[in-house]
Design a protein around this ligand. Structure first.
Ligand SMILES: C[C@@]1(CC(=O)O)c2cc3[nH]c(cc4nc(cc5[nH]c(cc(n2)[C@H]1CCC(=O)O)[C@@](C)(CC(=O)O)[C@@H]5CCC(=O)O)C(CC(=O)O)=C4CCC(=O)O)c(CCC(=O)O)c3CC(=O)O
Ligand SMILES: NC(=O)C1=CN([C@@H]2O[C@H](COP(=O)(O)OP(=O)(O)OC[C@H]3O[C@@H](n4cnc5c(N)ncnc54)[C@H](O)[C@@H]3O)[C@@H](O)[C@H]2O)C=CC1
Length: 240
């Protein structure tokens, strides 16, 4: 047996990347410092994840989009420049201001308090980077170039989105519903392996169009096959 790394039966480690995760930030407190164009993009990203957002920025500095979100009460607003106590209770901080010294101060304070932070324009002062995101209902595809080319990330994201069927999000929503119902039919942890094998089978064997067209009644029809372990065709499920 060779110990040469390329001969290993395990995946090769490729350092230098980012850990790409789906951060569950719902109802957590996000502080956004600044209210310009970059802040507007960040705010939309975290609102899409159901976070509670506070923007600290003089009202005169708010761009149209951020001002709109303030007036609609989608975000709370503190009408002045950043002060250290604004960090109290924050789970995440995003800073997008045109003042590098104030930015560095925000970063330092976040690190003292161990709060995850992103300082726009200063990659070394970021615990996480944003990426370019395609969204279709429950589906999110994020492209990162790890700081090499943000504009290119956006171009790659659009290319990927073009290749995806337009009904992908709807199909995923239906699969989500079916999985939930399956857990009701087969709630036991011991059923795990069987449940997962069967669910994978449905995703593999049904076309996207079939998954999209699946009604609640169809789902009950499909689920009636679960006990036997068989994955029915849509016609078989509808005949039930
Ligand atoms: C490291 C990172 C940290 C972070 O901000 O999280 C970062 C850093 C920097 N961006 C800069 C410039 C631009 N950023 C954009 C756009 C986006 N930037 C985003 C993310 C990131 N930007 C992170 C890495 C992401 C990755 O590599 O994949 C996106 C994907 C997401 C988002 O911002 O939400 C969003 C596209 C969203 C979309 O369209 O889908 C554009 C184009 C535009 O505005 O249209 C330009 C001008 C053109 C260009 O430079 O490419 C500069 C100044 C450089 C300078 O001064 O020359 C720095 C600082 C530096 O590089 O030193
Ligand atoms: N993705 C990225 O990382 C990108 C970063 N940038 C950088 O991000 C920064 C922000 O860009 P824009 O939004 O276009 O700038 P902008 O000039 O539109 O907005 C800056 C905002 O910061 C506010 N501000 C300034 N000092 C403040 C303080 N001490 N406390 C609270 N708010 C304060 C201003 O009132 C204004 O609302 C710039 O440094 C820019 O170079 C720009 C493009 C892309």
């Amino acid at each position: 047996m060779s110990s040469h790394p390329t001969m290993s039966k395990f995946p090769e480690v490729q350092g230098g990347g980012s850990l790409i995760l789906a951060w569950q930030i719902k109802d957590k407190h996000v502080l956004v410092v600044g209210g310009g164009e970059v802040a507007a993009g960040r705010i939309l990203n975290v609102l899409n994840a159901d976070a509670r957002v506070t923007v600290v920025c003089p009202a005169s500095g708010l761009n149209e989009e951020v001002a709109f979100r303030v007036s609609e009460k989608q975000v709370a607003h503190i009408d002045r420049n950043f002060e250290p106590h604004d960090l109290d209770g924050a789970d995440m901080v995003m800073c997008a201001i045109d003042d590098p010294e104030a930015s560095s101060e925000v970063w330092k304070l976040c690190k003292e308090r161990r709060i995850a932070a992103n300082i726009a324009d200063v990659p070394p002062e970021c615990d996480f980077y944003f990426g370019s995101v395609h969204r279709d209902g429950p589906l999110q595809v994020m492209v990162s170039t790890n700081g090499n080319g943000p504009k290119l990330a956006s171009i790659v994201r659009k290319k990927i989105a073009e290749t995806l069927p337009s009904n992908m999000g709807a199909a995923i929503e239906n699969v989500g519903r079916l999985r939930k119902k399956l857990r009701e039919v087969a709630p036991n942890p011991e059923q795990g392996p069987k449940r997962m094998k069967w669910m994978s089978g449905v995703c593999e064997q049904w076309s996207l169009e079939e998954l999209v067209s699946m009604t609640e009644k169809d789902m009950d029809g499909v689920l009636s096959f679960y006990e036997s372990g068989k994955v029915p065709t849509i016609q078989e499920a509808r005949a039930e």
